[in-house]
Design a protein around this ligand. Sequence first.
Ligand code: XBP
Length: 253
Amino acid sequence: MMTLKALIFDVDGTLAQTEKHGHRVAFNLAFQKAGLSWQWDIDLYGDLLEIGGGKERLRHYITHYLPEFTINEPLDQFILSLHRQKTIYYRQLLVNNAIPLRLGVKRLITEAYNQNIKLAIASTASLENVKALLDTSLGEEMSKYFEVIAAGDMVKNKKPAADIYLLALEKLNLSSGECLAIEDTNQGLIAATQAGLKTVITINDYSKNQNFDDAFLVLNSLGEPDLFFQVIKGNNYHHDYFNLELAQKIIEN
Ligand code: XBP
């Protein structure tokens, strides 16, 4: 029988709703600071989220939405400095007004840590931005619970490629059958599935209409003992909120 050894969490949208109120706002502030009139509204940002990675998203926007755009420096350099400024704003936003963790996240992390289940991160966002979220929303003490952080440019191909999950597994020194992935998007699901992981999805506004056929369980949130999750798809084995017991049942089946 397979035993659960680790939980691997996606970050943006899964741990906290950072995209709409964090990353998007920080991009817009960086545009303003650079004297650009670009504005990423909530709907446009939803479309742009198909491209994982802030730098990749900027490049996609420039090449697909602004074909006439020209600058006096290499595009790579321009994107890097714009993204660097965005990262500064993102951290500032979090420090000044931490984005709360989603329902059940802190409880599950605490439960795992107390039961010696390893905790890992597999994120498309840059390491700096992942750390900023963990430090501000979980606190520096609890953010150390994450033994492995696989993020951003540590791999060549970002989600939906499996690379970041394969890196997390390698760093954990565990096989995919011993770990469970927690994600919020179709791209994340594809990445985790390609890495051989079973996946639980907690949907959000941006991802709710995506395809989650390959997920083991699709929920509206992880839920709490006094605030149950809603099951959108899959077998919840009569549980009302997501805990390690349910995670273990998923791994076994
Ligand atoms: C989320 C992303 C990231 C963030 C921006 O990834 O796609 O690109 O939107 O972060 P995940 P950076 O859900 O895998 O955490 O600007 O740091 O790339």
